[in-house]
Write a protein that binds this ligand. Structure first.
Ligand code: DAH
Length: 367
């Protein structure tokens, strides 16, 4: 910094030189930090302009007004130049950001992944719709039942051989595993082996005339393979009224088969056996794969059994709190899983209960 003494003309020269030099250095400052450093070097407590302002006190008092005015002018000019440089740096910065962060408002949106119904539920909904048109309501029951609801109420007494038709999953008696002798719970708690117990619940909850379908999940103690699973879905049907006959059953189920498989699909009834119906029938449609001549899908018979049905047994009506001398009814039950396999040509039942999206996403129709 300048050494003393300093006269007026020397100070004027230094002020003007500083202005020129500062303006040039400001133009070179490439970012805000460089500008701030320059501000300190010029205007800070030990900055070069500050030093010159201090020197003002030491020149001839007669020269002070003129030189003082010049010093102020230089200071204002530097303040203005600093502000202008900062602004221009910021503006460049903004346009650079605008360039990199540009939003193309006309670009197409990113597609959102939307889920859809499981194929089993698509088929179930179709059934709900068809039966809705026939005047059926939907009635649901619990997946955990006990021996009475699942068997006894349906005319399947303890130790009766017909129980062998349902391989049941029992709930273990608490403590029996630890005792080393696993045995079924005393209270008879089981996972329902079919939706038929919901018939009893529907009879108790609704009053005749009853027309209801009862969809739901069921469980059986099964060796799992391509056509058996321990967990599967059924749709049960129940109609109870005065003077209901086997002719009503045949008429309704024939119309149902037409609605779901097309009006031309041949159907047939065969005698069947279920403890909860008397008489009982099996209902077949012409094979959906070969249409009649016989193929592996229909066991070379040309027919596929789509449901079991029959006239509700008097014991079952009584379990539901109804008088068999006053009311008659028919019932039917079908497996949703096999219907789904047939409809989509799926070769293995296990695929339905696996959570593999590569499989499930092939059936997007159920929205
Ligand atoms: N509950 C039977 C089963 O799981 C299916 C069934 C057959 C239901 C005949 C019915 C019926 O209501 O009438 O195999």
């Amino acid at each position: 910094m300048a050494t003393e003494p300093m006269n007026a003309s020397e100070l004027r020269g230094r002020l003007q030189a500083l202005r020129g030099e500062a303006t040039a250095r400001l133009a070179d400052a490439g970012d805000e930090a460089a500008v701030e450093a320059l501000r300190t070097a010029l205007l800070g407590r030990s900055g070069s302009l500050t030093a010159l302002l201090r020197a003002l006190g030491r020149i001839d008092p007669a020269d002070r007004p003129a030189i003082g005015a010049l010093a102020n002018e230089v200071r204002t000019a530097l303040d203005g130049a600093i502000a202008a440089r900062l602004e221009s740096l910021r503006a460049t910065d903004r346009s650079a950001r605008l360039e990199t962060e540009r939003l193309d408002m006309t670009a197409p949106g990113r597609p959102r992944r939307v889920g859809h119904l499981h194929p089993l539920m698509t088929v179930e909904r179709d059934l709900r719709e068809i039966f809705h048109a026939f005047g059926f309501e939907v009635f649901e029951g619990p997946e955990i039942e006990d021996d009475w609801w699942n068997f006894e109420a349906l005319n399947i007494p303890p130790d009766h051989p017909s129980r062998d038709l349902w391989d049941t999953l029992y709930v273990a008696e608490p403590g029996s595993r630890e005792a080393g002798a696993l045995r079924p719970a005393d209270d008879g708690t089981i996972l329902r082996t079919h939706t038929s117990p919901v018939q009893i619940r529907a009879m108790k909850a609704l009053s005749p005339p009853i027309r209801a379908i009862m969809p739901g999940r069921c469980f059986r103690y099964e060796a799992v393979d391509a056509s058996h699973n321990f967990e599967f879905f059924q749709v049960e049907g129940l109609v109870v009224d005065h003077d209901t006959s086997l002719a009503d059953l045949k008429g309704m189920l024939t119309e149902y088969a037409r609605a779901i498989y097309g009006p031309e699909t041949p159907t047939r009834f065969r005698p069947g056996y279920y403890p909860f119906t008397e008489p009982s029938v099996a209902f077949d449609v012409a094979c959906l794969v070969c249409g009649g001549p016989g193929c592996p899908a229909c066991g070379r018979t040309g027919w596929i059994t789509i449901l079991g049905a029959g006239m509700v047994h008097p014991v079952v009506l009584r379990s539901g709190g109804l008088d068999p001398d006053e009311y008659q009814g028919y019932a039917f039950g079908m497996g949703l899983d096999r219907m789904t396999l047939l409809r989509y040509g799926i070769p293995d039942l296990r695929l339905l209960m696996g959570a593999d999206l590569r499989f499930l996403e092939q059936f997007p129709e159920g929205r």
